[in-house]
Design a protein around this ligand. Structure first.
Ligand SMILES: C[S@@+](CC[C@H](N)C(=O)[O-])C[C@H]1O[C@@H](n2cnc3c(N)ncnc32)[C@H](O)[C@@H]1O
Length: 340
């Protein structure tokens, strides 16, 4: 059995990328961040619990499809390598791997190191003949390849959380990396009765809301922001025009948030004078006075084409989450949550 972890995204890259995106996204109107920033160890842990929710039908539906069709996929793709994008726990992927006895290599790429560190050894133990590699990276930036005789897999409507142009860029990159003997397996939700979709993101435990609010925790932790999650409400709502779920955090009142660590550590040390002037000059203040809170939305899946993507505007018309779920659960960071 073999499992290796490769880090393409070190703490410095991560911080630098987040700084850049937060600077652009939180000063834009409406404020927005990529759904990729929902994910860290807390996000992954929340998503594992979300997958167990009875109303969150996606995992079971995808599992049933894989159980029925894994043999067909294996027969038509017969890959030597499987590359999974946004692999998470890779639990459903096992159904596919079980149908690929000749497989030589499995590469899982995810921004969440904790998810890879948990899933990798389990996969290596289950498939001792397969070389298992976990890549800590952003599949929008660190797509491995080019590949030969490879099946790229992306499950759980993960691609639905990308903006249309980002999705197109990713699919083009995958197509380029796959060459002529590769294949792509995409798991995406279809449009269905809205109540069913909304119920999937409106759990009584507030897990989905906590996942959305994880963005605030990540910003607090990584960029020394002072978001107070209890002053925000997580929302997930169906956009009938675009036929997608949209997620956001909405400020409950006008407020100003400061992100103190918004300049690169190489050009400016973290320890700075703490007076308001220096804080302002080194950070960015995100104000929600116009009822446009720092927010984002991602779509966990709306239709066959990746129809969901994060975005924040005045916001969805109703809250899908419970405000209490955005409260602090981890003492050292304001709260916890992953993303869809
Ligand atoms: C909705 S979960 C799906 C997990 C898994 N594919 C499944 O079906 O159970 C999305 C996963 O993609 C990862 N992810 C999101 N954006 C990513 C990005 N840009 N690059 C790499 N991984 C990403 C998250 O960490 C998370 O594990």
């Amino acid at each position: 059995m073999s499992f290796r972890l490769e880090r393409l995204l070190g703490p410095d890259d991560l911080a630098e990328q987040l700084r850049r995106e937060a600077r652009d996204g939180l000063t834009a109107t409406p404020k927005r961040m990529r759904s990729r920033w929902l994910w860290d160890a807390g996000g992954s842990a929340l998503y594992e619990r979300i997958m167990e929710l009875p109303d969150y039908y996606l995992p079971l539906a995808e599992q049933a499809i894989l159980e029925t069709r894994a043999g067909d996929v294996a027969a038509s793709a017969h890959p030597r390598t499987v590359v999974e994008l946004g692999s998470g726990s890779s639990v459903k992927t096992r159904i596919l791997l079980d149908a690929l006895p000749e497989l030589e290599r499995f590469v899982a790429i995810d921004v969440s190191e904790s998810a890879l560190a948990k899933a990798g050894p389990r996969l290596a133990a289950r498939y001792p003949h397969v070389d298992v590699l976990g890549v800590v990276g952003d599949f929008e930036r660190h797509l491995p390849g080019p590949f030969a005789e490879t099946l790229v897999v992306c499950l759980g409507s993960t691609i639905g959380a990308l903006d249309p142009q980002d999705r197109a860029a990713l699919l083009a990159a995958v197509a380029g990396a796959l060459g002529t003997d590769g294949a792509l397996l995409l798991g995406l939700d279809l449009v269905k009765p809205v109540e069913r979709i909304v119920a999937a993101y409106d759990d009584a435990e507030g897990l989905s809301a906590a996942l959305i609010a994880n963005l605030l925790l990540i910003l607090n932790h990584e960029l020394a922001a002072d978001f107070r999650p209890e002053r925000f409400r997580s929302e997930a709502a169906w956009n009938p025009e675009l036929e997608r779920m949209e997620m956001a955090v909405r400020s409950l009142a006008a407020q100003t948030v400061t992100l103190r660590r918004l300049t690169s550590s190489s050009s400016s040390p973290r320890a700075r004078p703490s007076g308001p002037r220096s804080r302002r000059s080194s950070g960015v203040r995100a104000s929600s006075e116009s009822s446009r809170p720092p927010g984002f939305a991602s779509t966990p899946g709306g239709r066959t084409t990746p129809a969901t993507s994060r975005y924040a505007s005045p916001g969805p018309s109703r809250s899908a989450g419970r405000p209490r779920s955005t409260r602090s659960r981890r003492p050292t960071r304001a709260a916890a949550a992953p993303g869809v």
